[in-house]
Design a protein around this ligand. Structure first.
Ligand code: B12
Ligand code: SF4
Length: 554
């Protein structure tokens, strides 16, 4: 399950960032059930069947998104064949397919939030506070032909504050799924509650960065600023990865964002002249420049195929996106997903394609329009989306190098900041610049020796790294650069031979399932969810022994 390679660094070949993300929705559900619950994440077909045969499960829950339709259908058939007594529950974004219940053999199709739904089904109290799973955000990180060692201190923990987004853009399936405009489902209401969960994750997982899995985390200013207040009071030099809309981001000062530890942001740029209110009045290029100058890595997201796009103006649209020079750029086809206002509107206009023209498995925004575009026709979009990625890569170069540039800018700007907490965060961010990144940039310069503009870019960055880190950086670029270059070329060959990268299977039991497991059962990891200790009151009042600000270590 890759984010970057599927939809962001898609054409970056051996430079592409490869990593897997767990199924957080399923993890959240498991963490919140008192009854026995086993989670099998990313099973192969054989492993799934083996599990169905191994125990008489009463209920089998399956999560999916729209393009997973055929897989989910097959899984339901297998459950019926091996566990005919079991109830089958299907949830996640796939549930928005209007006639899903007729297409698959399931007992329940659940739209929206799953924790509450499952607790109700099992006769557990749906109003209990939500427990939080403990997991790191990504695993198996790989780029330039090398797999990064899984050093827990370098990893980010996933935090799930809410699901949905009240902004309610017409195409947004996540917003629609959890109530649409003006609504969202909040698992943690206050900055105090979030701070408590993050302190526990920090202590247990030994992390200091957090992937805030919330569509628009900064939108709730009160919650975000209270979190900042607590981070400052308790001397937490944390780094945050967030999704944000541009208007919301702009409403914070650079100083606030830096103190909040904004390390990485996923920003919807959508497209020039797109009429989304979240972008109103925002010069997104200036915003991206400002963020990067302060050390925040930006993943910009642009839509290809807005109503006004034509074969004639599309290159201008792509150039506009590319000029943002973000660290990463996602391009997505404008895709009306079932359940969204856009889908309803285009269905009413009779513009949705039927499945003979675009199968459900292709409804993922990286290949085909699932509707009839007024100007872009005959499958031209398949080439256009690749063209956009290629142009960004051609002009701005590999994302892994762009990231190094942003990190270096942040380090140079803040290494002498008067607040030691801010300094510590930037030192943590910059920890690999003089070694790993110096080698990677040197390798990239070698790789681009026949491409003057990119070679010059890499050369300038390498010079800056040497200037900043001196001998150490020179040494790593000279020795490590050759080694990385060799791996880059090897990865390129592997990819050309059709090598693919797959996630491992994760197998986890909650406490009740662990208790009932017999010695002969296969070993599973124990799910150890966190309980928020703040529960509506300020965290310092709720947690006896929360380290005082002065006592907190490095
Ligand atoms: C993390 C993520 C990923 C990870 C997936 C990790 C994984 N193991 O599945 C990665 C980065 C790999 C990924 C890839 C893709 N993704 Co994605 N992804 C997300 C993202 C950002 C967060 C999902 C998440 O964890 N949310 C937090 C959890 C707590 O919420 P949740 O998953 O919705 O779960 C809740 C409910 O849905 C429900 N629920 C979930 N499962 C179940 C199961 C049962 C039985 C029940 C009862 C309830 C239930 O209860 C949960 C708790 O409330 C969402 C956007 C979003 N914010 O939701 C897009 C999103 C899910 N992805 C999307 C898409 C299109 C893709 C890709 C096709 C992109 C591409 N072109 O390559 C690929 C396909 C991957 C695949 N083969 O399935 C779309 C799905 C659209 C749709 N309507 O189907 C989304 C909604 C983004 C968007 N708005 O376009 N993705
Ligand atoms: S701002 Fe982003 S997350 Fe919120 S509704 Fe719009 S697209 Fe969805």
């Amino acid at each position: 399950m890759e984010l970057y390679h599927n939809q962001v660094t898609r054409v970056q070949g051996p430079f592409s960032l490869r990593l897997f993300h767990r199924s957080w929705g399923l993890m959240l559900i498991q963490a919140n059930l008192d009854g026995p619950c086993t989670l099998l994440d990313f099973p192969t077909l054989e492993r799934f069947v083996e599990e169905l045969r191994s125990r008489p499960y009463d209920i089998v829950g399956i999560s999916g998104i729209v393009p997973n339709l055929l897989k989910v259908k097959k899984m339901c058939e297998l459950v019926r064949a091996h566990l005919p007594e079991a109830q089958i529950v299907v949830g996640g974004h796939i549930a928005n397919i209007p006639d899903l219940a007729e297409r698959i053999d399931a007992d329940h199709v659940v739209r929206g939030e799953g924790v509450r739904w499952f607790r109700t089904l099992l006769g557990e109290d749906p109003e209990q506070p939500v427990r939080h799973p403990q997991t790191v955000a990504g695993n198996g990180t790989r780029s330039v032909g090398l797999t990064a060692p899984e050093k827990i201190r370098d990893m980010a923990a996933t935090v799930i504050p809410s699901v949905g987004c009240p902004v309610g853009c017409n195409f947004c399936s996540t917003s629609a799924m959890f109530g649409g405009k003006g609504r969202s489902i909040r698992f943690y209401e206050s900055g105090d509650e979030l701070f408590d969960i993050m302190c526990q994750l920090e202590a247990n997982l030994k992390v200091q960065s957090f992937f805030m899995m919330d569509e628009n985390f900064l939108l709730d200013r009160v919650r975000a600023l209270r979190l900042l207040e607590l981070m400052e009071r308790h001397d937490k030099a944390w780094a945050l990865y967030v999704f944000s809309s541009a208007g919301v981001l702009r409403s914070y000062s650079s100083d606030q964002l830096v103190r909040l530890g904004l390390t990485w942001v996923w920003l919807g740029l959508e497209g020039e002249d797109s009429r989304y209110t979240k972008l109103r009045g925002t010069d997104t290029r200036a915003l991206v420049r400002r963020l990067r100058a302060h050390g925040t890595r930006v993943l910009g997201s642009t839509i290809i195929g807005l109503e006004g796009h034509t074969p004639e103006n599309i290159d201008g649209v792509i150039e506009y996106a590319v000029r943002h020079d973000t660290d990463f750029h996602q391009f997505m086809l404008y895709t009306p997903l079932p359940g969204t206002p856009l889908h309803a509107e285009l269905s009413a206009q009779g513009r949705m394609k039927d499945e003979s023209e675009c199968e459900m498995a292709d409804v993922h925004g990286q290949s085909l329009f699932n509707y009839r575009h007024p100007h872009i026709r005959n499958g031209l979009e398949t080439e256009l989306i690749v063209r956009a990625f290629q142009r960004d890569f051609e002009v701005n170069g590999p994302s892994v190098v762009r990231m190094a540039r942003t990190m270096l800018a942040g380090w140079k700007r803040y290494k002498d900041h008067p607040d030691p907490r801010v300094r510590r965060r930037f030192a943590w961010e910059a920890r690999d610049l003089s070694t790993v990144y110096s080698a990677v940039v040197a390798a990239a310069r070698l790789y681009y020796r026949g491409n003057s503009p990119l070679r010059a870019k890499m050369g300038a960055l390498l010079k800056d790294l040497h200037h900043e880190f001196g001998l150490k950086s020179r040494f790593y670029s000279a020795v490590g650069g050759r080694y990385v270059y060799w791996n880059l070329r090897r990865e390129e060959k592997r990819l050309a031979c059709g090598w693919t990268y797959e996630p491992p299977t994760f197998y986890e039991r909650n406490a009740a399932a662990q208790r009932s497991a017999s010695r002969d059962d296969p070993q599973a990891t124990l799910c150890r969810p966190l309980t928020c200790r703040s529960a509506g009151q300020p965290i310092e009042a709720a947690v006896v022994g929360l380290p005082s600000p002065l006592a907190v270590g490095r």
